[in-house]
Unconditional design. Structure first.
Length: 203
């Protein structure tokens, strides 16, 4: 647990995206949003905090979080219990907005600086939910397909071929993906029941 506490403290103080940026400095002060755990068997790796999470300092405090909890079949109390669930996005800080008002990609400094150490500090994790292409490409490597649809469609093979931890690819739980969900019925009919079974197993 001491390693977790030390890592949490160092992440909280991180300013690499301002002091030593890979490409352009973060346009605001860093506010890392991450939930580390020395006991959780399930870990969520998404993209990066959005504007609401940047304001709250708490992950998934938005409609996407409501939907993700519905997908997992758990309530808020369980979701925010650090003994049961770790939440470590590819980028720990809100990356800012692009010219069209959408979120920029997660900062590369985070993946380079922290992802390996976070993984090594939480060896007890048995199931990793990879939400979105950034997490999938980073953790699945060649097993990630060209598109998110192809990767998520291949979820069963990815799950069966990975172990300690097992990886399960998911789309982002944004309501903007309603059309994608309707177009890909395997997600609701097969993947979500398996997700809920695994959550019940490990949480």
């Amino acid at each position: 647990m001491a390693d977790i506490a030390d890592l949490r403290a160092r992440i909280a103080k991180c300013r690499k995206c301002i002091d030593a940026p890979i490409r352009g400095a973060l346009p605001h002060q860093p506010r890392p949003v991450v939930v580390l755990s020395g006991s959780a068997k399930v870990r969520i790796i998404g993209q990066a905090p959005g504007t609401r999470v940047h304001a709250s300092g708490k992950p998934f405090t938005d409609p996407s979080g409501d939907r993700l909890r519905e997908w997992m079949g758990i309530d808020e109390e369980t979701f925010y219990d650090p003994d049961k669930l770790a939440i470590t996005p590819m980028g720990f800080c809100f990356p800012g907005l692009d010219a069209k008002g959408g979120d920029l990609p997660p900062r590369k400094e985070c993946a380079v600086s922290w992802q390996d150490e976070v993984t090594n500090t939480m060896p007890q994790v048995k199931l990793v939910l990879l939400i979105g292409q950034y997490a999938q490409k980073h953790y699945l490597g060649k097993a990630a397909s060209r598109t998110l649809t192809e990767t998520v469609s291949n979820w069963q093979a990815i799950l069966e071929s990975s172990s300690d931890p097992a990886f399960l690819p998911l789309p982002h739980p944004s309501w903007r993906n309603n059309a994608w969900i309707k177009k890909n019925p395997f997600f609701s009919n097969a993947l979500l029941p398996e997700l809920r079974s695994l959550i019940q197993l490990y949480m």
